[in-house]
Design a protein around this ligand. Structure first.
Ligand SMILES: [Zn+2]
Length: 327
């Protein structure tokens, strides 16, 4: 099933929980997608999962190996794209794994057709080519999820750095001597701006309200959600004029605007896109965030049309697959 002149590109987003894959269509969307749980027990188990999703796409779309033009894999960690190797991964047993050789031989596709990139870079590439960054030269995607991820395109080129380690922007400090981070430093942006951090901040506020006998509607929201605090809890209650929730949201947006203003002062992107779970808040998040960032950034006295546009990512959870297919 190869349409005349079309390029058959498969993208894989390798995550700590799931391996998602898809077939890219002609417009940069996904003609088909699938996912499996990531078996993190060993390197070979992860590699088997990668081959499984490729076989799933091939089977569902009626493709044989010979007509596949490229397979891109978005991997967490420090990725050597030239050699097709994961040099370092904190969360998956892939340190030194030769993804290119293993996957190409498992699915019978030439090795030079298998490409790999860091997952945040791949998502940024997807948004840059097919999403909210289309038409720009300088673009960055910041994802607010379990951690803070970032991919940065400067002058049309992906920022990669020594040892493919550039762009770990979640581990820049915004509170000197602040909360302990898993990377070893204190006060990293990730400890204040990730979705996990927002949940911790929400939990602490609910506990403080309980202790001080102050009413907050967040308590009922959590009870209605099976006892689970989500990154949405404070935003929902704040929209309903809950004072305690408003304080959580305001503090969170202060941290976030501090981090993003730093990024804008360093990289001056035309568009800075926000992805990950928290970006689901849309304008409830963006409007106050723009106000603060535009009031703080270094070149705020320039004409407004030269400001960095702050937008939500457009491709959602598919950015990694789409970007991987475009590597
Ligand atoms: Zn850190």
């Amino acid at each position: 099933m190869k349409r005349d002149g079309s390029i058959v590109r498969i993208g894989i987003d390798l995550g700590g929980s799931n391996i998602a894959a898809g077939l890219l269509d002609i417009d940069g969307g996904l003609a088909y997608k699938c996912k499996v749980k990531t078996d993190t027990s060993s390197e070979s188990a992860v590699l088997r999962g990668l081959a499984d999703v490729v076989f799933d796409v091939m089977h569902a779309c009626g493709l044989d190996a010979g007509i596949i033009d490229s397979i891109g894999v978005a991997c967490p960690g420090a990725v050597n794209s030239e050699r097709g190797i994961v040099e370092y991964s904190a969360n998956l047993p892939l340190c030194g794994a030769d993804i290119r050789t293993a996957l190409s031989s498992a699915v019978c596709v030439d090795a030079d057709k298998v490409r790999i990139a860091n997952d945040a870079d791949a998502a940024a590439l997807g948004e840059y080519r097919a999403g909210v960054g289309k038409g720009t030269e300088n673009f960055m995607l910041v994802t607010l999820g379990t951690g803070v991820g970032a991919g940065c395109i400067c002058g049309g080129k992906m920022l990669s750095g020594r040892g493919h380690s550039a762009g770990e922007l979640g581990h820049t400090v915004i509170v000197y001597g602040g909360e302990q981070c898993a990377c070893g430093r204190r006060g990293c942006a990730e400890q204040y701006c990730s979705a996990s951090a927002l949940k911790r901040q929400t939990k602490a506020k609910i506990e403080a309200c309980e202790r001080d006998g102050i009413f907050t509607s967040m308590k009922k929201l959590v009870a209605d959600n099976g006892g689970r605090i989500s990154a949405r809890t404070a935003f929902i209650a704040a929209a309903d004029s809950d004072t305690a929730a408003r304080e959580v949201v305001d503090a969170y947006i202060s941290y976030l605007s501090c981090m993003l203003t730093n990024f804008i002062n360093i990289f001056a992107p035309e568009v800075l896109a926000i992805g990950g779970g928290v970006s689901g808040e849309g304008e409830r998040l963006l409007a106050p965030l723009r106000e603060r960032v535009y009031g703080e950034m270094y070149d705020r006295k320039r004409p407004r049309e030269l400001y960095t546009r702050i937008e939500c990512a457009a491709l959602g959870n598919d950015a990694g697959i789409v970007g991987a297919a475009m590597i």
